[in-house]
Write a protein that binds this ligand. Structure first.
Ligand code: GSH
Length: 316
């Protein structure tokens, strides 16, 4: 069989398995010839999911005083960028000062016209660099990390093979985590009911990925040898949270099987810039762990959510 034939065979519909639909979920369900958007899909986020792209409303985004303007939320994808910015500032790169504005994805802020103009894909994080002429837009967390690493010459090794290895792991993270969040997390936690087939499929893949990292980290202090890079910064928010608290699934996934990954999760978590970065644009956890918007380093001392709440909502 040629490669083309193999590929064609792999995308043939599995007709034998769907025949009369009696084994399907719900029983009797058969996919129509043409899918149409007739009802919300159910589950968390159903209110914001649509089968089309583009803006749903006019909304001009605020612009602060720093060159870098981040529009984001403290999810794992958002936290990658705030950790990177805090790390750059900790290294002394004053040009990495930034304003971090809240985009509340549960409220549909990602579909405002100003946000869509920066990211046509309507997902956080998105960023503008106003120090470029004309100002430059950035979307996709991996691309933002890569851009910042090149701009400041930091956290991306200059020489080979370390540079290639860093980019390989960065791309691994970008390609792999959707199976964890959009796959496992969705069906284990957010779906309106539990589907064994879906949970089995994505638990299998999530554990496989955790094992990839655990095996690699058995022989490597950081993701790329002895050097902390954007590969660590990209991987830690997703896989660190899978090891610690995400979806309340740690026992289910038996994460104690991954001691090398466990060591690395603590190693990264101990970094002060990581601790600051994960607080930015955060909307969950205790109010003392949240800095909803960040416009200056002093926000960590003055505008934590517990302090803002104590002042009746006033930021200083
Ligand atoms: N590949 C993208 C994924 C971004 C992404 O999925 N962002 C989520 C939050 S973690 C989002 O904005 N969801 C809103 C939506 O889907 O409407 C990246 O890494 O930047």
């Amino acid at each position: 069989m040629s490669d083309d034939q193999t590929a064609a065979a792999e995308i043939e519909p599995a007709e034998a398995e769907i025949d009369d639909g009696s084994n399907n979920q719900p029983p009797g369900y058969l996919p129509p010839r043409v899918w149409t958007w007739e009802k919300p899909s159910g589950g968390q986020f159903a209110n914001v999911n649509r089968p089309v792209s583009g803006a749903t409303h006019e909304k001009v985004l605020p612009v602060g005083r720093h060159p870098l303007q981040l529009y984001s939320m403290g999810t794992p994808n958002g936290v990658k960028v705030t950790i990177m910015l805090e790390e750059l500032l900790a290294l002394g790169h004053a040009g990495a000062e930034y304003d971090a504005w809240m985009i509340s994805i549960g409220d549909g802020d990602q579909f405002g016209s100003g946000f869509v103009a920066i990211n046509p894909n309507s997902k956080i994080p998105a960023m503008m660099d106003h120090s470029a002429d004309p100002p430059l837009r950035l979307f996709e967390s991996g691309s933002i990390l890569f851009y910042l690493a090149e701009k400041f010459g930091a956290f991306l090794p200059a020489g080979q093979p370390a540079r290639a290895e860093t980019i390989s792991w960065l791309m691994w993270q970008m390609g792999s985590a959707p199976f964890v969040g959009g796959g496992f997390g969705h069906f284990y936690n957010y779906a309106p009911f539990k589907i064994e087939y879906a949970i089995d499929r994505f638990a299998m893949e999530t554990k496989r990925q955790l094992h990839v990292l655990d095996t690699h980290l058995a022989g490597s202090e950081y993701i790329v040898g002895g050097e902390y890079t954007i590969a660590d910064i990209a991987i830690w928010p997703w896989y660190g949270s899978m090891m610690r608290e995400a979806y309340g699934a740690q026992e289910f996934l038996n994460v104690s099987e991954y001691p090398n990954l466990d060591r690395w999760v603590d190693l990264i978590a101990a970094r002060p810039a990581v601790q600051r970065g994960r607080m930015v644009n955060r909307t969950f956890g205790g109010p003392e762990s949240q800095v909803r918007e960040r416009h200056a380093a002093s926000d960590f001392e003055e505008n934590r959510e517990d302090m803002v709440e104590a002042r009746g909502g006033e930021r200083v």
